[in-house]
Design a protein around this ligand. Sequence first.
Ligand code: SF4
Ligand code: SF4
Length: 371
Amino acid sequence: MEYRVLGRTGLKVSVVGIGTLGFGREGLFARGKEGIQEMERVIDRALDLGVNIIDTACSYGNGMAEQGVGEVMKKRRSDVIILSRTHAWQKSENPEDIEIALEESLQRLQVDSIDIYQLHDVTSPEAYQKVVEGGFYEVLKKAKRQGKVKFIGFSTHGSFEVVKKMIETGDVDVLTLAYNILQQKRVASDGEDLKITSQRVFPLIKKFGIGLTVMKPLGGGALTLKGADGKGLSPLKLVRYVVQNPYVHTVTPGVGTLAHLEELVKAGDRAYALTPEEIRYFEEEAKRWGKDLCRQCGYCLPCPQNIPIPSIMRLLTKWQQKKDKELIKNYRNLEIKADACVECRKCEKRCPYNIRISQKMREAEQIFAGE
Ligand code: SF4
Ligand code: SF4
């Protein structure tokens, strides 16, 4: 495993960490104590393999992910750099809600101090304005002074301008950004060309000595879906592609099982470096994805009609890869389907990838109900 210094924090982090949202995709959050034990087993093994940073959030499984991490902290605190975050600012006007969220995270994680704590998904200029002017980020600064957290920052899907503002005015130690092969051709929610992530945002982060951790190297799992030919992009190579960007300090792919883990940690080993031909192949492959590839982040929810948008988007993505009749059956088994969409477009305002969700709902209904 290769290690890099996480900017001004001085922490030495494994280039591959683990993201705990992957446990939810494997159903562990719904399995109570048994799920927590399974998370503990996977995290223990990750540490044995040289991983030393774990990315979690209070919202993952309503605190279940943090509980899984907490079981490991009881016995191996010094082996781990914990990165956690809260989105409590989103539905609140009261900064005290951040203090409460932090206290709850400390309890679930069974620690006195969290190494890195962030405000989660601060993406639009308005969101940044709210967390700064509304006093939410100030709570993190205070917690840092008190020693409850060591370093602070944001996770964001924001544009160059938003990240620049955070760096210049926010007193930021660590930023978490989404980055994967698709960034080479996609646009962000404000229409910005995401190539800017690697060409402008990353150099700026380096210039200011900010730590950089990367989320979504697998595009929320969408990049690994198999095509009609049964072939898909290798998760290991996708993670390695991100690691090979020298601006990236660590990448935290979601892992759900021991098998995922064993495969993905190899990306931290130079022996798996991508050749220039492989990189060219990957960037070519990325072009086959359409503009509206859903990354399964769930930020579009809740839909006032209770439409399970990410599930329907996933069926559409799979359909684009292979027209499998099973997908029609899955769609028809949904309790609430895309025909319930009233085109209010509330979801579209929240989608960090500017996906035209209401149009996608119409498409889903035509494809799956009309077949
Ligand atoms: S546009 Fe449709 S899917 Fe989106 S929030 Fe409104 S009703 Fe839900
Ligand atoms: S539609 Fe957008 S916000 Fe919703 S899950 Fe997909 S990528 Fe995320």
